[in-house]
Design a protein around this ligand. Structure first.
Ligand SMILES: [Zn+2]
Length: 368
């Protein structure tokens, strides 16, 4: 028996225009074909499509939201940073960094994206549903209090947590399994003992002025927040088993100890094995199990109160299927969509077999 799932969505999120070029960079003068920026509307349209028409459609309740108010944004972001973005509201498309594009109309679309996260969080916090998911773009987990970064402008989860705190929330936890380090969320809560932030990411390190945080293990929080920021920089090529073991053996005990009132999931799918932005090997099965384990943890620690918010995921078709799998896990449905692409064996199985054969060969060699 599975639960129903509240989904928060507004079609305006398709209109955030990130343009075309050489993947996320400006177009090359040497290449005749340009391609869509990876954070494009197509990926979100497929996510919307699989939720509207896929097996999970029958248990979804769709909701809309209001754009985030200035007062909400200011609980996480500085007034001067919000002013800066607002001043670009009527501009033509511009690059805030080498990879991050702010298009015409993006200011209000960003406010709507954050509003969807706030509405999903409020829905769960007030007991209207156990689990909610916000389908939105642009993503948020790289957005820092005073800086846009990595396709992100407002930190959707950060603002939603602060909105709930203004309503009385005392503690929360964020588990971020997007393939990139959730540096913006880390930055916003780095000295905060009440918000536990845990990020599983490929070990990509800092990437320049907009992303000085390294995502390394020793970035563990500061002052009263020391020990409340967990970075898990996974080796490149980590797959389902590696992610699930780290989830079970490191994240679960820390969330249990923290006892959050609401569990937030930064639900990116770019750790999937076909993602152009990731170097990890998760399958649909891995995302299903992550979603289910997160729900078990929420049931144990916070009456099942769980809010999943969309982050990255750039393989236009496979990310949508991985999203579907993660949400089925989160509401205790059996996995219903076969994986059309998976071919990687569990990496530890391959490792076990490799070691078995290596030892066998070595033993034979010693006998000769
Ligand atoms: Zn990402």
């Amino acid at each position: 028996m599975s639960d129903r799932l509240a989904v928060f969505f507004d079609a305006c999120v398709f209109d955030h225009d990130t343009g075309q070029g050489f993947f996320e960079a400006r177009a090359s003068p040497y290449l005749p074909i340009v391609e869509a920026h990876p954070e494009n509307d197509l990926r979100a349209r497929n996510m919307y499509g699989v939720l509207q028409h896929g097996p999970i459609a029958e248990v979804l309740d769709w909701h809309q939201a209001e754009m985030a108010e200035r007062v909400d944004l200011e609980r996480f972001h500085s007034a001067s940073y919000i002013d800066e973005l607002e001043s670009m509201a009527d501009n033509e498309s511009c690059r805030i960094s080498a990879t991050t594009v702010f298009g015409p109309g993006s200011y209000d679309i960003c406010r709507m994206a954050t509003g969807l996260a706030i509405a999903a969080a409020s829905h769960v916090y007030t007991g209207k549903a156990a689990v909610a998911y916000a389908l939105l773009r642009p993503p948020g987990h790289h957005a820092q209090p005073e800086m846009a970064d990595g396709y992100c402008f407002f930190n959707n989860i950060g603002v939603a947590i602060e909105h709930l705190r203004a309503q009385g929330l005392k503690s929360a936890a964020v588990i971020d399994w997007d393939v990139h380090h959730g540096n913006g969320t880390q930055e916003g809560f780095y000295q905060d003992p009440d918000i536990l932030t845990a990020s599983l990411h490929m070990n990509h390190g800092a990437w320049g002025a907009t992303h000085p945080q390294s995502g390394d293990i020793d970035e563990a929080g500061k002052g009263a927040g020391l020990g409340k920021n967990i970075n898990l920089p996974m080796p490149y090529g980590s797959g389902d088993t590696a992610y699930l073991r780290v989830f079970d053996e490191i994240i679960v005990p820390m969330v249990r100890e923290h006892r959050p009132e609401v569990l937030f999931i930064a639900n990116g799918q770019d750790a999937n094995q076909f993602d152009p932005n990731g170097r990890q090997l998760l399958s649909m099965g891995g995302f299903y199990k992550l979603g289910k384990r997160a729900r078990v943890l929420a049931d144990e620690c916070c009456d099942g109160k769980m809010v999943l918010v969309q982050e990255g995921g750039y393989a236009i078709s496979y990310a949508a299927y991985c999203l579907h799998a993660s949400l089925e896990g989160a509401i205790y449905r059996e996995p219903s969509l076969p994986d059309p692409l998976v071919y990687m064996r569990e990496d530890t199985d391959a490792l076990d077999e490799f070691l078995r054969r290596l030892k066998q060969r070595y033993a034979m060699a010693l006998k000769c």
